[in-house]
Design a protein around this ligand. Structure first.
Ligand code: SAM
Length: 236
């Protein structure tokens, strides 16, 4: 269970109404029952139900069962698309071990609004589902151009460029030499990237322009394919 509360030996964790409903109403747990907790920062802790009520309750931390396992330092930058597909991208990115998920507005982005809190909740659910101890941060929507203005000098960028179709698959042996350190993957919107964006991205140092194969993939498919290729080549 995810809780937004510090975890540690002897720590009491208060439960809100929804959590109490889930644990005591749906899961039918009673006082003394064991629950595994994580908060994305302190690893996984075994806890016991100390108080159980309809509107709340308290869990008492007993012992740490897993240390915090940080994913590789990989960001996923993507242009939001239709709501359900954007949800899918965030969920899969969290499952596949992105350290940070950054929605970006590009020249051809068709969706200019996101609900960051909803997307963050999807990332939490995905981390819960895969037994992770880490939850990637989902940032607010920001302009790709502004992000590139302050691009960290040490972060490699895997630029998935649909115009490179059939050219070169990520990552060849030369790229693998650049394996160490922080990375980011960039996936465009349904309309792809504008000529100005492509020109700028191609000219940036640390950009690795890659093809995801001979077919144009939908953005949500491309995000999963790109993360799979990255994890296969450079992940842990
Ligand atoms: N409208 C664009 C076109 O027809 O050229 C296609 C955009 S595609 C649906 C969305 C994004 O997925 C692209 O911007 C790119 O980042 C990624 N993508 C899809 N297929 C790709 C491929 N074969 N190689 C590299 N990137 C790809």
């Amino acid at each position: 269970l995810y809780v937004d509360h510090p975890l540690g030996a002897g720590q009491s964790v208060p439960l809100d109404r929804d959590q109490a409903h889930y644990l005591f109403g749906v899961m039918r747990l009673a006082v003394g029952a064991a629950v595994a907790l994580f908060n994305g920062r302190d690893g996984e802790w075994q806890a016991e139900v100390a108080e159980a009520g309809k509107r709340g309750g308290v869990l008492a931390c007993v012992a740490q069962s897993k240390p915090l396992q940080l994913p590789p330092d990989l960001w996923l930058l993507f242009a939001p698309i239709k709501k359900a597909r954007t949800d899918f991208i965030v969920e899969k990115a969290a499952e596949m071990g992105a350290a940070r998920i950054l929605p970006v507005a590009t020249d051809f982005t068709n969706s200019e609004r996101i609900r960051q809190d909803r997307l963050q909740a999807h990332a939490v659910e995905a981390a819960e589902q895969c037994g992770g101890t880490y939850v990637p941060e989902v940032t607010e929507l920001q302009k790709l151009a502004a992000l590139l203005d302050h691009w960290p000098a040490d972060r490699q960028l895997m630029f998935c460029d649909e115009a490179e179709v059939g050219q070169r698959l990520f990552l060849d042996s030369a790229d693998s030499g650049a394996a160490a350190g922080p990375w980011a993957i960039l996936i465009g919107p349904e309309g792809g990237f504008s000529p100005a964006e492509r020109k700028r991205l191609h000219a940036m140092p640390h950009t690795h322009v890659v093809s995801l194969g001979p077919r144009i993939l939908r953005a949500d498919t491309a995000a999963v394919a790109a993360m799979t290729l990255w994890q296969h080549t450079l992940g842990d």
